[in-house]
Structures are given as C-alpha cells and as structure tokens.
Design a protein around this ligand. Sequence first.
Ligand SMILES: CC(=O)N[C@H]1[C@@H](OP(=O)(O)OP(=O)(O)OC[C@H]2O[C@@H](n3ccc(=O)[nH]c3=O)[C@H](O)[C@@H]2O)O[C@H](CO)[C@@H](O)[C@@H]1O
Ligand SMILES: C=C(OP(=O)(O)O)C(=O)O
Length: 429
Amino acid sequence: MDRIRIRGGAPLNGLIPISGAKNAALPLMIASLLTADTLELGNVPRLADISSLLRIMSNFGVDHSIAGRRPGQSSETGQTIRLTAKNVIDTTAPYELVSTMRASFWVIAPLVARFGHAKVSMPGGCAIGTRPVDLLIMALAKLGAVIEIEAGYVVATAPKGLRGAEIDFPKVTVGGTHVALMAATLAQGTTVIRNAAREPEVVDLAECLIKMGAKIQGAGSSEIVIEGVTSLHGASHDVMPDRIETGTYAMAVAMTGGDLVLDNTRPDYLQAALDVLGQAGAEVTPTHGGIRIRRNGNGLQPVDVTTDPFPGFPTDLQAQFMALMTRANGTSRIRETIFENRFMHVQELARLGAQIRLDGDSAYVDGVPGLKGAPVMATDLRASVSLVIAGLVADGETTINRVYHLDRGFESLEAKLARCGALIERVRG
Ligand SMILES: CC(=O)N[C@H]1[C@@H](OP(=O)(O)OP(=O)(O)OC[C@H]2O[C@@H](n3ccc(=O)[nH]c3=O)[C@H](O)[C@@H]2O)O[C@H](CO)[C@@H](O)[C@@H]1O
Ligand SMILES: C=C(OP(=O)(O)O)C(=O)O
C-alpha cells in the first residue's frame, strides 16, 4: 500500500493549479443519465472517486470516452469525459460498487426519473458519521416514486413518471438537493425545493442541467423552482474549481509560511474560510485567476470556527484548519455541526504532538511551539490531508499510511506541493 513521506520545515512558494471539484464532477457525471445524448464534461479531476463512478456508469451501459484537456481550458490538470447514456441496460447499482463512495447513491434520481426504476445499494463514503439517506428518499417519495428497502438496497419505482411536488428539507442536505434537482427536471409539473443547499456545487449542477434543457430558477438560494420537461439533451460543461482543494493549499501555506498563488479558482467559493485565514494571520489577496496567500515571519493567531452549510465555514475544511491551529499562539475552539463523528484526525494529530481536547461537538486546540514527525494513519479524505499539513511543519519525518483516502479527492497532491518546495514523496508498495 502506498505511503506519503514528508520531511517538515520547508516553506511553500510558487503556483498551484487548482483542479476541478470532485464534489461537482460526481453529480455532473450522474446527470448524464438524464439524457440519451452525450454530455461532455471538461476539467474533470483525475481521482479514484471519478474512476469508481465511471465503473458504476459502465455497469448501467453508459458509454464513455476520456481525453486530455480541451484547448483553452485553463487548468494544466484535468481531463474531458464524454458520457452517453443511450443504451442503458441495467438500473441496478450493486453494493460492491456503491459501498466505496457516498455520491454514487445519487444515481437513483436520474434512473427513476428517466426509466421509472432504480435499485441502488445503500451508500458508503467517508466514515465521518451515520450519514443516513432518509431525506433523499423523502424527496423522491414526494415526487411520486414508490420506495421499498430490500436487503440493503433502495428500490424506487415510478412507472408513470415522477410528478412535481413541494419538497421542504428539515435540514440542509447537499446530496438531497442534488437528488431532488435531478429528479425534478423530468417530473411532470412544478417542483419547489425549500431549505435547499446553497453550495456552489449545486449551482454548477443546475447550470449544466439548464444547458441540457432543464428549467430551473433559484439555484444558489434556499428556494429552487423547477419546471419539469419531457426530455433533456446533450451539452458541454466545465467542472467548477475545487474550493476544498483551494482551501487546503491555502491552509498549507498559512502553516508553512511562504507565498503561494492558487490558480484557476475563485475566492467567493470559500470566502468564510479565507476570512478565518486572514484572522489567523495570513495575507489573502484575490488575483486575476485565483488567490494569493502569504505568511511571512508572523505567528498564527487562534481563531474559533463553527462549521456550517455554505456560505459558512465548510466541514470539509475543518480537519485542515485544526491542523493549522495546532501551531497557533493560544487556544482555539473548533465546533463541528454537520457530521457527528468528524474528529478522527484528532488522535493522529496528537501523535505528532498536537494538544487537542474533545468535548461533545467541539475540539479545543492548544497551540504548541512545534510538532514532531511520526508515522500516522489516514482515516478519511480530509483527515488525511490535515496530516499532510501538519507533516509539512513537523520536525523530522512524517509517514502517512493508507493514502488511498487522499487519492479519492486530491489530484497530484505530492507533485503540486513538491513543485512549491515541500519535501514530500510517495513511497509505492
Ligand atoms: C460527494 C459530496 O458532495 N459530499 C459532500 C456532501 O455530502 P452529503 O451530500 O452526503 O452531505 P449532506 O449535506 O447530505 O449532509 C448534511 C447533514 O445532513 C444529514 N443527512 C443527510 C441526508 C439525509 O438523508 N439525512 C440526513 O440526516 C447528514 O448526516 C449530515 O449530518 O456534503 C457534505 C456537507 O457539505 C460534505 O461534507 C461532503 O463532502
Ligand atoms: C466527505 C467527503 O466525501 P464523501 O461525501 O464522498 O464521503 C468529502 O469530499 O470530504
């Protein structure tokens, strides 16, 4: 199994091109099931999760081809994927394929909307909480799907098609919003989604669906209105930049010191996190195509943070920020309100010398003057990268095991960091 080896102490200087967002690319790929025409997606990151979803799509009979980046595409990373769901032969997503990745469950929406039938295994994904799918099922049931649970599978049927409905989410759910949005595009009549997720990935999906002929208003606000259409057509769309990857490298340079330009990204996608970095002592300035982050000489100030749905501080940056706060001059409180078990990184950060106390939904981080390298274990995607951030300043060598978690969500992580001066390498085997 591959490991990442880091020798801490080097500042980060240079430019990192930000990849397309995993959490936008996945629902966009799934949206290709809504049409028999070809959906062409540019700026798709090369990640394990993308390959896993391609396997699931192939199993349905979806044809796909992969090419390099399109001319004029600004990222030096990424690929173009063309998906054609013309000859769908199966509407079942088996446990072996769905269990590795949460988002794969979302295929249930386009399958039942277009074909009137879907049988999808309950999902896997990062082990960060119980992560039920009751609200996704509620949304499909409101749209008229009949739902049965059979041996770990959710079976959704709607032989006469879905019909528009009012869907009020009792809590903000990104996956629930994606599912309701995709299903409603082909439902008969009007659907109103209330308390919808406002995440940029929802807007990216809506923009692509609109290019495919869907009638959607209000994406990016908490009320989305969809006028169902009888069919959708092909389109071409570039995946939005990854705001979590952006925030991760921003925190890395805040930790190591140095001067980094994060290219091909957008500050407004992560303003809450950038504000917090400013309070912690980093200098953040927008550039023509992204963001410049600097921290030279000055120490880090402790900042209290609470995770929230967009536009709040993202839970997917909580672990990285905790790593940063291990070196602050004082105590910070980090409150996790989205997932009840997203503190798995605490015990691993402690192995590097971090001082962190857990109390309910909060972690209290007492900054220490230095961390010491050690072997640590990746437990989930964002937890893994928090260990990379800590390793970049830890004295001596840090080895991170189980890096398959990292490969789910960070394209060319070691190469991007090494080019900016980090002493980091992948040890194969
Ligand atoms: C692939 C992808 O895009 N994953 C992201 C997505 O996950 P995901 O879409 O799974 O997260 P949700 O926004 O749905 O979850 C938010 C909260 O709602 C709860 N909930 C959700 C659905 C449901 O049916 N019932 C229920 O109770 C969850 O347990 C959680 O406490 O949004 C999360 C919150 O920003 C991010 O951390 C994940 O990186
Ligand atoms: C939690 C994440 O992914 P998933 O929802 O696929 O588990 C993530 O991207 O941080």
